[in-house]
Write a protein that binds this ligand. Structure first.
Ligand code: GLV
Ligand code: MG
Length: 360
């Protein structure tokens, strides 16, 4: 770092005259599945209005997976879809092209004036460090001011370069616009020179093997597949929690393997992630299930909350010790359940039906 950092009290000042004031807190809006669609694909685009209300986030993708020849059509398609669709409780996000690409400037200067009032979050790919966020931050402020927007567009970074991982804490703290981070396992694998060829998920070669049994040295030794992404997700979760923003898994490319997809999503949920990407409608259902606390978890959490009274001390429930710290874990689940119940009537019904015995 060279020079003097900005004063902490200037952090929440708009970066352009007339731009909306930055938010002091990132709203905890449910975002279990971020469903990617290609706005240049008429078949996919036609489905968007019917998906409103069935998924927490719809994301118009302009970056990878959109052919170079279709970049402009995707951008224009997103403008049309955003203008013609009423999104209700569903958030609208976009993934812009990389900051060194020939398309990104037009992405931002087209989208913000045209549909900035509808866009909740801009996802920025291949973020390397705080300087990338600072660039987008200032440009968004200028465009918001020009467009007369009254609320700031938030920024979400994809962690998909080795340098980005090394700088993950400074990326999360680079702007009050920072909403969250997603893992980008495909680009990250390439950038790190990992020897994989998949989009997310495990690899059968990444394993540990049981020691040989001295009495049966030739017996088959069981192996246990390990999670290639554990280290990166754990770093993301800590960096996001430290800055009050939200971590997400990313793409799981093997659409047919719904079982492994669910496992990978659940690992991310248990570690602290709030959602994931969906690349196919069937992954929405998996994400909604995995990233919503189960009825069993909420039943237990509410029992702990009821038994802990003023929240201090310790109690025994089912032979297990509960105290201030386990209460705090339970409150994380209860709060999440409340946020989800507010937008998901089916979940609300399930959570409302839970009965907690009084006076435990
Ligand atoms: C996502 O963009 C990835 O590279 O995995
Ligand atoms: Mg990528």
């Amino acid at each position: 770092m060279t020079g003097s950092p900005r004063s902490a009290k200037d952090f929440f000042a708009p970066l352009a005259v007339g731009a909306p004031a930055p938010l002091r807190e990132i709203p905890a809006r449910p975002s279990r599945a971020i469903h990617f669609f290609d706005p240049s694909n008429p078949k996919m685009a036609a489905k968007v209005p019917d998906m409103v209300g069935t998924v927490d986030v719809l994301l118009g993708n302009l970056e990878d997976a959109v052919k170079a020849d279709n970049k402009e059509a995707a951008r224009e398609g997103l403008v049309t879809i955003a203008r013609e669709t009423s999104f209700g409780p569903t958030q609208l996000w976009t993934r812009i092209n990389a900051l060194d690409s020939p398309w990104v400037l037009d992405d931002l200067t087209t989208l913000v004036p045209a549909i900035g009032d509808k866009l909740d979050v801009v996802m920025v790919p291949k973020v390397q460090g705080a300087e990338d966020i600072h660039y987008v931050d200032r440009l968004l402020a200028q465009l918001e001011a020009k467009a007369g927007l009254d609320r700031p567009i938030l920024v979400h970074a994809i962690l998909e370069t080795a340098r980005g991982v090394a700088n993950v804490e400074e990326i999360c703290g680079a702007s009050p616009r920072m909403q969250g981070l997603s893992l980008g396992p495909a680009d990250l694998a390439a950038d790190r020179r990992m020897k994989t060829t998949r989009v997310g998920g495990g690899h059968p070669g990444y394993l540990v093997r049981r020691d040989p049994n001295p009495d049966q040295p030739d017996a088959v030794r069981p192996t246990y597949q390990q999670d290639l992404w554990h280290y990166t997700i754990a770093r993301m979760v800590d960096a996001c929690a430290m800055h009050g923003i939200y971590p997400y898994y990313g793409p799981f490319g093997d659409i047919a393997d719904v079982v492994a997809c669910e496992d990978q999503f659940r690992n991310a949920f248990l570690l602290g992630c709030v959602g994931t990407w969906s690349l196919h409608p069937k992954q929405i259902a998996i994400a909604n299930k995995v990233f919503s606390p189960s009825v069993e978890d909420i039943t237990h959490a509410r029992r702990v909350v009821a038994a802990m009274g003023d929240g201090t001390g310790a109690v025994m429930l089912d032979g297990k010790m509960e105290d201030d710290a386990s209460l705090k874990q339970c409150l994380v689940l209860v709060e999440l359940a409340e946020q989800l119940a507010a937008i998901d009537p089916e979940l609300k019904k399930q959570y409302d039906a839970i009965e907690v015995p009084a006076g435990e």
